[in-house]
Ligand binder design. Structure first.
Ligand SMILES: [Zn+2]
Length: 254
């Protein structure tokens, strides 16, 4: 059971089956929509909540929790040193739990509660709410995502730039995104190195790579055991892989 950092909702995550892997491999829409569809299939809330109704920060938390469930705690990535004379390969390696603990929500001194789910900037007639997964999804459908997001989450939408910056800062404190710039030093030349972790694209990409063997495994199991595609896709992915190894390794099944 996970307790989401911003909404404080309790949620369980199911292990993906071939059906969810198929969704990842065959999705053609925008990636936010795919991520929400995927989480909607796997998340089981204690009450009547939905993935699309979660603040974006909680959605990112759930994506990292799913990544941990399927592929483990440690995030490994390789970046190249930007220094032209160096270009060394730098291993980036950090545990998901620790990373999430570093980006916990905090109070925003600049904002006060103003009704259910809404906040008001102190000393200003500007209200806002936290952007939800459904807001982000809708914003990406239009031409100007930022304007659409403001229209949905800020009142009045024509607030001054200064007020919008204050809203942004308050939201970044109350519901900090886990997509952040990471910084470190090149171990070879000592130059500062930055990389941007985009949680959604990172997790979807990793899960897609993990699912690449799906068609081959389904084909192998259908041939070896004569199970219909539907039953094979309904298995948790790790069990399907065990059967697939069995079918591949033993001539007796041919
Ligand atoms: Zn370097």
């Amino acid at each position: 059971m996970y307790r989401l950092p911003v909404s404080k909702l309790e949620v369980d995550l199911r292990f993906p089956t071939g059906r969810e892997e198929l969704l990842l491999l065959e999705a053609r829409g925008n990636e936010t929509c795919t991520a929400l569809d995927l989480l909607a299939r796997l998340a089981e809330f204690a009450g009547d909540a939905s993935v699309r109704g979660l603040p974006v920060a909680d959605m990112e938390y759930l994506l990292l929790a799913l990544r941990r469930l399927v592929l483990g705690e440690s995030i490994l990535s390789v970046v190249r040193c930007p220094q032209p004379g160096c270009r060394a390969q730098i291993d980036v390696d950090f545990p998901i739990g620790e990373y999430c603990a570093h980006h916990k929500p905090a109070a925003a001194p600049d904002a006060e509660q103003d009704g259910e789910g809404w906040y008001r900037l102190r000393g200003e007639a500007v209200r806002f709410r936290l952007p939800l997964g459904s807001d982000q999804e809708a914003a990406l459908r239009g031409g100007d995502a930022e304007r659409e997001l403001i229209a949905r989450c800020v009142e009045p939408a024509q607030a001054s730039r200064g007020a919008l910056r204050r809203v942004e800062r308050a939201i970044a404190r109350m519901a900090p995104l886990l997509s952040q710039e990471l910084s470190g030093k090149c171990p070879e030349c000592g130059v500062a190195v930055r990389m941007y972790l985009d949680v959604q694209s990172f997790v979807l990409q990793e899960l897609r790579s993990q699912a690449l063997g799906l068609y081959e495994e389904v084909g192998r199991l259908a041939k070896a055991f004569h199970w219909p595609e539907e039953s094979i896709l309904a298995m948790p992915a790790h069990r399907r892989m065990v059967y697939s190894d069995l079918a591949a390794g033993s001539g007796r099944l041919e």
